[in-house]
Design a protein around this ligand. Structure first.
Ligand code: RB5
Length: 148
């Protein structure tokens, strides 16, 4: 799968490990930085990942910041982006199956690398369920987005 990824300094150390893991598992990674642990701004990376999805250059996105919260808030301002901080595998999988989540957000200061790898696997192996009620809810979500 083609995955766009980005993180600020708070998520940088975990991003390095996640990128390595993704590549080892055969995924194609578009890494938008940060490329060092110097202070940076999470909205810049949310924009990178969001635009890669909006332009069809990536199939899924992964964002990291210290808590995961800032990057998640920023990403959800972008049209067509459905991002969520998931630190449990149930949500990482079900968020895709029911809510068509297309960006997984992780808190680099909250979780360790093994849990992060499991969350990423749960997220990437899940597919949107396509059920009528899920589509109807997503249409309502889209209506909220278009009202802005
Ligand atoms: C950076 O210090 C930190 O605020 C950021 O990584 C993130 O946790 C924001 O939600």
């Amino acid at each position: 799968m083609i995955i766009a990824i980005g993180s600020d300094h708070g998520g940088y150390a975990l991003k390095v490990l996640v990128v390595e893991q993704l590549r080892a598992e055969g995924h194609q990674v578009i890494d938008g930085g940060a490329f060092n642990a110097e202070r940076s701004d999470y909205p810049d990376f949310a924009r990178f990942v969001g635009e890669a999805l909006q332009q069809g250059r990536a199939e899924r996105g992964i964002l990291l910041c210290g808590s995961g919260v800032g990057a998640c808030v920023a990403a959800n301002k972008m049209r067509g982006i459905r991002a969520c901080v998931c630190h449990d595998t149930y949500s990482a999988r079900q968020g895709v199956e029911h809510d068509d989540m297309n960006v997984l957000v992780l808190g680099g200061r909250v979780i360790g690398c093994e849990l992060a790898f499991e969350l990423v696997r749960a997220f990437l192996s899940a597919r949107f369920n396509g059920g009528e009620r899920y589509i109807a809810r997503l249409k309502k979500v889209e209506a909220l987005e278009l009202e802005r």
